[in-house]
Every structure is written in C-alpha cells, then in structure tokens.
Design a protein around this ligand. Structure first.
Ligand code: NAP
Ligand code: G4F
Length: 322
C-alpha cells in the first residue's frame, strides 16, 4: 500500500487530493493544526475511512513535520498548506512569509532528513507571474509577484528547485492557475459570487459587494487539478509544470455568467462596488499554457468555465435552499 502525507488536508485541494488518493488505494496521512473548534468540514465524509489518519502539526513547528515523516516513511509528500488568501497577505505579510515561504523549507528539510526517498510536491501558484512578462504564461515565463503572498510563493518555488538540484530530491513544483469548486473558501471571488447570487435568487440578500471587476483569471476546477499533482509524482523525473485551462475571463464575466445560471436577468442590479476589496497592487491578467503537462503527463482540464460556473452556482442554490 502506497503512503502519502498531505499538508493542508483540511483545505479545498487537500480534501480533493485525499479523496483521489484514497480511491487509488493509498494510506493517507493528513497534517492538521489544532484549532479551538474543529474545521474538518471538507473532509468530514472521509473521517470514517480507516486509510485516512490525521496527524497534528504546523508548518511553523519543525519537529511536528520531521517526526511524523520519520515514523511514516511516506512514498509521496504533498505540501498544500499555506496562508493562501492574497488579500490577507497585505494585512499579515510576516505570517504569510512564515507559512507560505519558510514553511516550504521546513517541510523540505523534514523530507531531506527523515525520508529523502519520498517524492515531493510543492503547491506553486500563477500569482508568481503577477505583472505578467509574457502572454500566455509558461514554465519559462519570468516571475514578477504583486503581493506578499506572490513573493512568498516565489521563495517556495525556488527553494523546491534548489533542494532538487542540491540534494537530488524528487521535488516537483506545480504552477497552478486559479482553481475553484463548491469547497472553495467563501472569501475567494468565485465562491463569494456563486454564494451571493444564490442567496439573492432565494431572497436572502439583496446584492454582493466586490472590488475590481476587470481583472482576468484562468479558472479551472479543483478536482481536475489535484489529478495533475498526483501525475507529476508518478513520473521518472522531477520537473515543474504549469497547470491551467488556457482560457481567461474577467471577474465581471464570472458575475454575469453566475447571475444567468441563477436566473437573475440583471447582473448590474446585484452588484455594488466596495473599495475595501480593491488591492494595493493587482494582477490584471492570468492565462496559462499547459502544453508541457498535456505532452508529458497526459493531463488536460475536463471542466471549462461555463461548466465550472454551473457547478458552483447549482451547489450554492442547493445548500442555501436547505
Ligand atoms: P486553502 O483552502 O486555503 O487550504 C489551505 C490549507 O493550509 C488548509 O488546510 C489550512 O489549514 C492549511 N494551513 C494553513 N496554514 C498552515 C500552517 N501554518 N500549518 C499547517 N497547515 C496550514 O487552499 P487551497 O485552495 O486548497 O490551496 C492549496 C495550496 O495551493 C495552497 O498552498 C495555495 O496557496 C496553493 N494554490 C492554490 C490555488 C487555487 O487556485 N486554489 C492556485 C495555486 C496555488 P486550516 O484548515 O487549519 O486553515
Ligand atoms: O478569488 P481571488 O481572491 O483569487 P486570487 O487573488 O487570484 O488568488 C487565488 O489564486 C491564486 C492563483 O493565481 C492562488 F495562488 C491563491 O492562493 C488564490 O487561490 O481574487 C481573484 C480576483 C482578483 O483580481 C481580485 O482583485 O478577483 C478580484 N476581486 C474583485 N472583487 C475580488 C473581489 N476578490 C475577492 N477575493 N473578493 C472580492 O470581493
């Protein structure tokens, strides 16, 4: 039985990845942090699976990473844990650096010392491209991050490359573009919009307050993207890959499509601008070219923009109707 260790198992991607690996017959160890109230909502349905074991630890506590890895001797380690909300990274830049940047070298050190044979995945991000230097963005596009989060991810990315080159670890970095789902945190724009339009439709709220509607993102479906993570670790050689749909849409387009899906004819009546959601520095346009992933991993996104909007809005209509 293969063994996988996932940091960030309670998050959107961690929950889908745990599901995927359990389905494939893995024993899955998920790192969770102690909180005063449990936040296992995304993995509740997996809690009775005897092949899922939760391990208490934190990316800022070195021994809580090293000791479990020493004991478990996993075949694969997926580092998905991070302070992942870009807006918060301006309010808490130091904490973001601790978790999202230095956290990566802590887990890499743990792997190097405790289980150097394990294959390692780092959750890199298209936020590293920031003020984009070429369109579309590929594995060769230079980074120009625009937020403390983006800067922290650049560190995490390069330290992963460096540990691969310095210590011959099998360490891969997946440069994933935005990916969404009904399990997305409510603060991210797609879930915020999907939830709001469902509530407006059901008469539970009148409108949604948003920031910049003009920025464009390459939005995919989280379930498709965790498959790409797994595929990267099934290769003979550790390499870095862009994972994206190759399509880009503005926040306004997402809002319009979500209103249409919810049966709200006038999207402008649903929206109010609130400058509190504008960012000190914006990433205007992201669009990825995942040709390398297609050619080497055989990976392609199954869910496209319209289908993603449908999945998210219908999930919110169902939840909000309960
Ligand atoms: P998410 O839903 O915010 O989940 C983040 C996870 O990290 C949660 O399980 C959280 O635990 C955990 N975590 C945070 N700080 C931690 C710490 N100090 N120690 C241990 N665990 C900690 O994020 P996601 O959307 O699943 O994204 C997964 C990873 O991919 C992140 O690294 C993110 O930056 C990166 N990424 C995401 C996207 C995207 O579009 N979703 C794109 C590119 C890259 P709690 O539940 O306890 O908070
Ligand atoms: O949904 P967002 O907060 O995602 P963002 O900033 O693109 O970051 C996400 O994707 C990254 C990959 O590129 C990940 F690395 C990162 O962890 C995260 O998952 O914002 C998307 C866009 C931004 O341009 C933002 O300014 O939506 C715009 N926006 C407009 N109004 C808003 C809002 N974003 C949020 N969260 N809330 C608003 O009210």
């Amino acid at each position: 039985m293969k063994k996988a260790f996932i940091t960030g198992v309670t998050g959107q991607d961690g929950s889908y990845l745990a599901e995927l690996l359990l389905d494939k017959g893995y024993k899955v160890y998920g790192l969770t942090r102690r909180t005063s109230t449990q936040n296992f909502a995304r993995i509740d349905h997996l809690m009775h699976n005897e092949n899922l074991e939760l391990i208490s630890g934190d990316l800022i506590d070195q021994n809580s990473l090293t000791y479990p890895l020493q004991k478990i001797q996993p075949d694969e380690v997926y580092n998905l844990a991070a302070q992942s909300f870009v807006q918060t990274s301006w309010d808490q830049p130091v904490l973001t650096g601790e978790f999202t940047a230095i956290g990566v070298v802590r887990i890499l050190e743990a792997v190097r010392l405790a289980c150097p044979q394990a294959k390692f995945y780092q959750a890199s991000s298209s936020e590293m491209f920031g003020k984009v230097q070429s369109v579309p963005q590929t594995e060769e596009t230079p980074f120009y991050p625009r937020s403390p989060y983006g800067v922290a991810k650049v560190y995490g990315h390069w330290i992963t490359v460096n540990y691969r080159e310095s210590y011959d670890l099998f360490a891969c970095s997946g440069i994933l573009f935005n990916h969404e789902s009904p399990r997305r945190g409510l603060e991210f724009v797609t879930r915020k919009i999907a939830n709001a339009v469902a509530r407006v439709k059901l008469g539970k709220q009148t409108h949604v307050e948003l920031g910049n509607l003009d920025s464009k993102r390459d939005w995919g479906y989280a379930k498709d993207y965790v498959e790409a993570m797994w595929l990267m670790l099934q290769q003979d050689r550790a390499e870095d890959y862009v994972i994206a749909t190759g399509e880009t849409h503005s926040v306004k387009e997402f809002l319009m499509a979500a209103c249409a899906e919810a049966g709200l004819p006038d999207w402008e009546a649903v929206y109010k601008h609130n400058s509190a959601y504008d960012r000190p520095a914006e990433v205007d346009l992201l669009i990825g070219d995942a040709t390398k992933a297609k050619e080497k991993l055989g990976w392609e996104p199954k869910v496209r923009f319209d289908e993603l909007v449908r999945i998210m809005v219908q999930a919110e209509l169902e939840k909000e109707s309960e």
